[in-house]
Structure formats: C-alpha cells, structure tokens
Design a protein around this ligand. Structure first.
Ligand SMILES: Nc1ncnc2c1ncn2[C@@H]1O[C@H](COP(=O)(O)OP(=O)(O)OP(=O)(O)O)[C@@H](O)[C@H]1O
Ligand SMILES: [Mg+2]
Length: 343
C-alpha cells in the first residue's frame, strides 16, 4: 500500500501507512454517525468513480476518505491526498496532471492522477479550485485522460476521486463560483459528516477513545473524567468539531496531574460555563430572536427530538410544541449546520 500526502506544492512523499482503516475506527454511535458510517461502507463497496464528502472543518473528512479507500477494492493501490485551497492554479495543475520537464532524477514528474493509478485521489477543499481548473477536472472525470504540462502524449488512468468540501457547493454554483456540471458529477454519491454538536452521546465516546490514545502516546494512566467535566465537554459547541475535541483531550492528558480529569483540566472551556452565560449586551438584544435561535439549536442537537430538546431548555413537551409552532419550525431539518444555529 502506498499513501502520500501532497500539500502546498510539496513533492510526493510516501508516509507511514496507517495500520487500520476499519469503519470501527470512526468513533460514534449517535444516529447521525451510524447513518454516516453505513453510508461510508456503502460508498466504499460501490465502484463509483466519484464521491463527495461534505462536512465542516474537523468533522473527519480525511479519516472518512481513507476509510473509503482502504475498504474498497482499490485498497492495495495508492491513496494520495491533496488540499486544493491554497495552491495557485499552475501549481495545482502540475500536481494533478504532472510536468513534462524532468526532475532532478531525469524522470518526468508524474502528477498525482498518474501516481494514484488504480487507487484513490482525495481532493480536499475542492471549492478552492479556480473555474479553469474545475473545467479541466470535469474533462478528466469524463475521459480519464492525463496530459502532463508541456507534454503531448496522453495517458489514460483509473482513479477514484473523493472530493471534500466545508462550503455549500450548491450555493457556490448559484453564486457562479463553482462549475455546475462538475458539481453534478461529484454529488452523485454524497456523504455528510455531521457537526460534532449534533452527534448526541458521541462526545463521551470520543473522550474515552482519545484518553486511551494519549495515555499510550504520553505513557500516562488517566482513567477518565469527572461527571462535572463530562457535562462541561458535552455542553461545548465544538465549532472545530472532533479535531478540537481531540486537541483538548491531548492537552488535558499531557498536563494531567491526577488520574481523573476534572473541570480544572479544561481551563479553556471552564471559563465559558462558569460565568452566568447570558449577560445582557450593552446594546440590548431581541428576546424573541434569541428564544427562536435557542429552540433551533436544541432541536438540532437532538436531531429534532422535541422531548429531549424541551428538556435541554427546561420546558415541557407542550411548551416546546407551542414554540415550534410559534416559530414555524415544523418543516425544518435539524441534523445539519442550520445557518441560524448559535455557535
Ligand atoms: N469519528 C471519529 N472517531 C475517531 N477519530 C476521529 C473521528 N473524527 C475525526 N477523528 C480524528 O480527529 C482528527 C481530525 O479529523 P480529520 O483530519 O479527519 O478531519 P478533517 O475534517 O479532515 O479536518 P480539517 O478541517 O482539519 O482538514 C484526526 O486525527 C482524526 O483521526
Ligand atoms: Mg482534512
């Protein structure tokens, strides 16, 4: 197995092949995550040439792309990842399609589409590609042909493209920033990675998973976290999702002086819940709007379960039903990053 990461125009380098890419390594038993894992399995098995991973930063797009690759029949061929966002057009073109000009060793530089032949290319931040390169990529998806920069011969390759985006591509299409045809091709097989705050019950599973991981790495013996600390961790909204939680646990395990982590081991979070959260801003606020946004957030966090959402807000079912009707929320879906959600 070959695995490479290309970023910021660096040359390909083989990196350690991660040992195990089973679906089980994706921690999460919430309904939204069980659905996402089933979908990933389905996608991995399907021979479909393109996959679109949609998820905010830190939701596990990288992990999901690897899981798809290593559970597909391409697993013994290369997996190559590239982040498109920050690469200038010519550089991205060279990275993808290659260059005719020989490198130091005299070999023409293969692009990653050739390097990954029979395998998978992971194009992260696909919304960052220029319109001209989007057109080239679309052409490639149609004919599977690669022509290196400044080189005539055309080679045919067989790669699966997994594209990932944190941006709403449909909106980018509407705004004229993304090629509609390319979008249609990519979204044939979409997989949604939900924000961590909507994965009910998963924070505590991830916490113990990461404690185990960092115990091994730092030779520590942290046994767990106090109930107060779990409450704190579960109440946080995790705008940077699993990556942020992982970093938080890493730091806490590394610095832990006791073998049970308490609220004090999460100083960055503690400040947020200690203070009486809702202070009236000097400029005042719109109470009705705030109420509506809190109701939406509670419904999001519970995937639309009104009883549990009511409990989060200290309401009974009838009071919740009244508010759902009052704010006209009946038709909304509550599993994704609704724009009104309070971050
Ligand atoms: N469900 C999960 N179970 C276990 N580990 C996870 C899960 N999701 C993410 N991780 C871990 O969290 C870290 C961040 O995930 P990953 O890099 O896949 O996210 P990303 O969406 O690609 O983030 P970025 O926006 O930084 O590119 C990785 O170390 C990954 O292994
Ligand atoms: Mg990533």
């Amino acid at each position: 197995m070959t695995e490479m990461t290309l970023n910021e125009g660096l040359d390909a380098y083989p990196s350690a092949v991660t040992d195990n890419h089973e679906i089980e390594r994706i921690i999460g038993e919430s309904r939204v995550m069980r659905e996402a894992k089933l979908r990933l399995e389905e996608v991995a098995r399907s021979g479909c040439a393109t996959v679109l991973l949609r998820g905010q930063t830190g939701t596990g797009r990288d992990l999901a792309a690897r899981v798809i690759h290593y559970n597909s029949d391409r697993a013994s061929h290369p997996f190559v990842a590239i982040s498109c966002a920050s690469l200038p057009e010519r550089l991205l073109e060279a990275e993808l399609f290659g260059r005719a000009i020989a490198r130091g060793d005299g070999e023409p530089a293969k692009g990653i589409l050739e390097l990954a032949d029979q395998g998978t290319v992971f194009l992260d931040e696909v919304a960052g590609i220029s319109l001209a390169m989007q057109a080239r990529l679309l052409q490639f998806l149609e004919d599977s042909c690669v022509r290196r920069q400044g080189d005539e011969p055309v080679r045919t390759v067989n790669v699966r493209i997994i594209a990932a985006t944190a941006t709403d591509l449909e909106k980018s299409v509407r705004d004229g920033h993304f090629n509609e045809e390319l979008y249609r091709r990519l979204e044939v097989l979409p997989v949604d990675l939900p924000p961590l705050r909507t994965r009910e019950g998963d924070v505590r599973l991830l916490v113990s998973h990461f404690i185990g991981m960092f115990n091994r790495e730092f030779r520590k013996d942290v046994k767990g976290v106090t109930p107060e600390a779990i409450k704190l961790l579960e109440a946080h909204s995790w705008p940077e999702n699993v990556r942020e939680l992982k970093n938080t646990i890493e730091q806490a395990v590394l610095l832990a002086s006791e073998n049970v982590l308490g609220v004090d081991d999460f100083p960055n979070l503690a400040g947020q819940s200690d203070d009486p959260d809702f202070r009236l801003p000097a400029s005042g606020l719109n109470l009705r709007d705030l109420e509506r946004r809190l109701v939406i957030q509670a419904l999001e966090r519970t995937q639309g379960n009104r009883t549990r959402a009511a409990r989060l807000l200290g309401l009974n079912r009838d009071q919740m039903r009244y508010r759902v009707a009052k704010f006209g929320l009946k038709e909304r879906r509550f599993i994704d990053n609704a724009p009104e959600a309070i971050q």
